[in-house]
Design a protein around this ligand. Structure first.
Ligand SMILES: Cc1cc2nc3c(=O)[nH]c(=O)nc-3n(C[C@H](O)[C@H](O)[C@H](O)COP(=O)(O)OP(=O)(O)OC[C@H]3O[C@@H](n4cnc5c(N)ncnc54)[C@H](O)[C@@H]3O)c2cc1C
Length: 463
């Protein structure tokens, strides 16, 4: 308690909140989608939320927290869905949303402050003919630093790959967690140290991100009478390099019915592929649909469909949330279906689970090859049931990340190497950044759940 009041004394003049109700509310995942985490994270809250208005104030906050050995957890939009920005050991919740704004744009790149919302970046760059290459389905609530520190991919990944693919983050300026914080510029492969590390090894202050041409996007839903027809179409679309696309979301019936917000556009019994297609590719897209005997049942410019929200808010993490409006027990695990034999593996998982556990998948590129992410959808009963689901997927060659735990290692999307350990030791010598999420030594791996996941596997591309 004395440490906290000294901290507040030394950061006087910087906005903060410490009333218990607000602390509880703003310490939680904004959208708590995992039934397991809803239980295990209950009651975790920061002791104070501090909102520095610029990098100077941020430096004061970090220095004071380091001096008084207070845990510090960064938070942008708070939309991370595995409790990555829940302050599991109390201390300071660092609200980054006031350190926001576009610093400059050049053809094909943008430099921004960490707390800038992704939709705000596009609002600046689109009139110049550019937009962010990749955004999550939480684009209008998520900050760009939160996406880089906590996310993995999303809209755009079927053309550009995952955030971890080389070139999708150009540079990061980060601050160390020390009594005298250092600013470090990471470029090239060094950006990987901070990407998907959940704010455990540095605080991101600025980002330089690559941009893509800002096409007029068309949102199309294609319906198929059988799931395997939908699978063939989605995979072929993913392999067509000449078709400019931003989303391929493949949902087995009855998922289209469970997503009530789709206004019933998908006929009874049909599986669907939701797509975002650039305007110049529409004609070629329609011919591909015809070749696969699909039916375009809904077709609107981005955000203008009858659903009252963009179509991408029915995909990725939002897909799960839409389904949970029907029944909050619906859940899944995060499988990464490998590129080799993709159609066959999806077919085998479909055959094993049948329509009682319909498949929810997004297709995108990873290391230049088409993969699918998702799993069968089940009504949650127990962790043992999820463990069976994980084992069934693994038996078919699917790597599974754990979306029902909070630690970097436990989730298993980021691969931790000796370089990561050395960087963490250097940038956070007192182990104060988001503690519990990436601990080394005695605490290593303690927060992980019992699910038998082994994480996602990627090809080694050299060090
Ligand atoms: C409905 C729903 C849909 C989603 N869809 C996607 C999706 O399509 N793709 C995807 O990848 N993810 C998705 N997510 C996860 C999440 O929304 C995204 O990763 C999002 O970009 C996080 O941004 P945020 O600003 O809300 O970050 P937060 O939740 O605030 O933080 C995320 C992580 O980053 C850390 N962090 C935040 N700011 C900083 C900083 N300045 N420096 C260092 N660390 C920092 C936090 O400590 C935390 O560990 C989804 C989540 C939900 C609930």
């Amino acid at each position: 308690m004395r440490a906290l009041s000294s901290f507040l004394g030394e950061t006087r003049g910087i906005a903060f909140v410490d009333d218990p109700a607000t602390l509880r509310l703003r310490s939680r995942d904004r959208f708590a989608v995992s039934p397991v985490l809803r239980q295990s994270l209950q009651g975790k809250a920061a002791e104070v939320i501090v909102s520095p208005g610029d990098k100077g104030e941020l430096l004061q906050v970090i220095a004071a927290a380091a001096r008084h050995r207070l845990p510090l957890t960064a938070r942008g939009g708070g939309t991370a869905n595995y409790g990555q920005s829940v302050p599991s050991r109390g201390g300071v919740l660092l609200d980054m949303t006031q350190i926001s704004g576009v610093l400059w744009t050049r053809p094909g790149r943008v430099r921004v402050l960490a707390g800038t919302l992704m939709s705000e970046i596009d609002a600046v760059t689109r009139p110049q003919g550019w937009e962010l290459r990749i955004h999550p389905s939480t684009r209008s609530q998520a900050t760009v630093a939160g996406f880089v520190a906590g996310g993995s991919g999303g809209m755009g990944s079927c053309g550009w790959g995952m955030l971890r693919d080389r070139g999708n983050i150009i540079a990061l300026e980060v601050m160390s967690m020390e009594e005298e914080p250092r600013m470090v510029e990471l470029r090239g492969r060094d950006v990987e140290l901070v990407h998907h590390a959940y704010g455990t090894n540095a605080i991101i202050t600025e980002l330089e991100m690559p941009l893509a041409p800002a096409w007029s996007w068309d949102e199309a839903i294609v319906a198929f009478p059988t799931y395997l027809q939908a699978v063939d179409f989605a995979i072929q679309l993913g392999h067509e390099p000449g078709l400019i696309k931003k989303l391929i979301s493949l949902q087995e019936w009855p998922i289209p019915r469970l997503m009530r917000g789709l206004c019933g556009v998908v006929p009874e019994g049909h599986s669907m592929v939701s797509c975002m297609i650039a305007e110049p590719s529409r004609e070629a897209f329609a011919s591909l649909v015809a070749d696969h005997a699909g039916d375009i049942v809904s077709d609107y410019p981005e955000g203008e469909g009858p659903y009252g929200q963009p179509l991408y808010e029915f995909a990725y993490g939002h897909g799960q949330m839409q389904i949970q409006k029907e029944d909050a027990r619906y859940t899944s695990v995060q499988g990464l279906f490998p590129p080799e034999g993709l159609a066959e593996i999806i077919g085998r998982v479909h055959a094993r689970h049948g329509s009682s556990a319909p498949l929810r998948l997004e297709l995108f590129l990873s290391q230049g090859r088409l993969v699918a992410m998702g799993s069968p959808l089940v009504l949650y009963e127990s962790e043992a049931q999820l463990a069976d689901l994980v084992r069934n997927l693994q038996a078919e060659g699917v790597g599974v990340a754990n979306s029902h735990t909070t630690g970097v290692r436990g989730v298993g999307i980021k691969q931790i190497t000796e370089r990561d350990r050395a960087f963490k030791r250097d940038m956070d010598p007192h182990g104060l950044l988001n503690p519990g999420q990436l601990d080394f030594g005695e605490e290593e791996g303690k927060a992980e759940t019992a699910l038998p996941t082994t994480g996602w596997r990627f090809r080694q591309t050299g060090s």
